[in-house]
Design a protein around this ligand. Structure first.
Ligand code: GTP
Ligand code: MG
Length: 195
């Protein structure tokens, strides 16, 4: 799966949403530097489809990737990034809010949480907000290669204690742990793929 993937557009307002056919959108949310862009590259098996950086705040627009003629992956700017100007923060805050609240096409929100760090206060706020909006959520824990396998269970338990009733998938883009499991959640429209 994920045979074809292409970058479509960077958007800063709802009008620029390229999804005119109401296809499913899978959204990647999480604090800056948690690994959203890396995860998109890993799922698409491409090194630099989405820009990755060790400087937090790399992704500042909503970036759309079109997959297998079936759905969009949407890379959302990370929250909790202090270096951005106040105005930019306000602007993107409003846009992301519009995106989440006025969008009928969101099939799944992937909330990314650093496995080792666990959910931050911002992560808990975002989780509660997505729940309040009745959006489907899967918590994806990232960079699990940074902890030993014997600790996976303990960290998952800690995450579930803070993000109540969360579906959790633990992943690493370096070791590829959990990537196949995550891929099961995407619905490919085979009618469209075979065209
Ligand atoms: P913003 O665009 O700033 O919101 O960040 P982001 O969430 O898109 O993070 P990005 O994918 O750019 O990754 C941030 C850093 O984490 C980069 O230095 C990556 O190489 C690193 N990283 C991402 N995934 C993993 C992983 O699975 N394991 C390890 N060890 N590092 C990772
Ligand atoms: Mg990014």
């Amino acid at each position: 799966m994920f045979k074809t993937s292409e970058f479509v557009t960077s958007a800063v307002s709802l009008k620029q949403n390229p999804n005119k056919d109401n296809l499913n959108e899978y959204v990647f949310l999480g604090r800056s530097n948690v690994g959203k862009s890396s995860l998109i590259n890993c799922l698409c098996n491409k090194k630099s489809l989405a820009r990755v950086s060790s400087n937090p705040g790399k992704t500042i627009t909503l970036n759309y990737y079109f997959i297998d003629n079936s759905f969009y992956l949407v890379d959302v700017p990370g929250y909790g990034f202090a270096n951005r100007s106040k105005d930019m923060k306000a602007l993107f805050g409003q846009y992301i809010d519009d995106y989440l609240t006025k969008n009928e096409n969101i099939k799944m929100c992937f909330l990314l949480v650093d496995t080792k760090v666990g959910p931050t206060a911002d992560d808990v706020l975002m989780y509660d907000y997505l729940k309040y909006l009745n959006l489907p959520i899967t918590v994806v824990t990232t960079k699990c290669d940074k902890i030993g396998k014997t600790l996976y269970f303990r960290h998952e338990k800690n995450i579930k204690a803070k993000l109540v009733d969360a579906n959790v998938i633990m992943t690493s883009t370096t070791s590829k742990y959990g990537i196949e499991k995550l891929k099961q959640l995407f619905e490919i429209n085979t009618d469209l793929t075979n065209e």
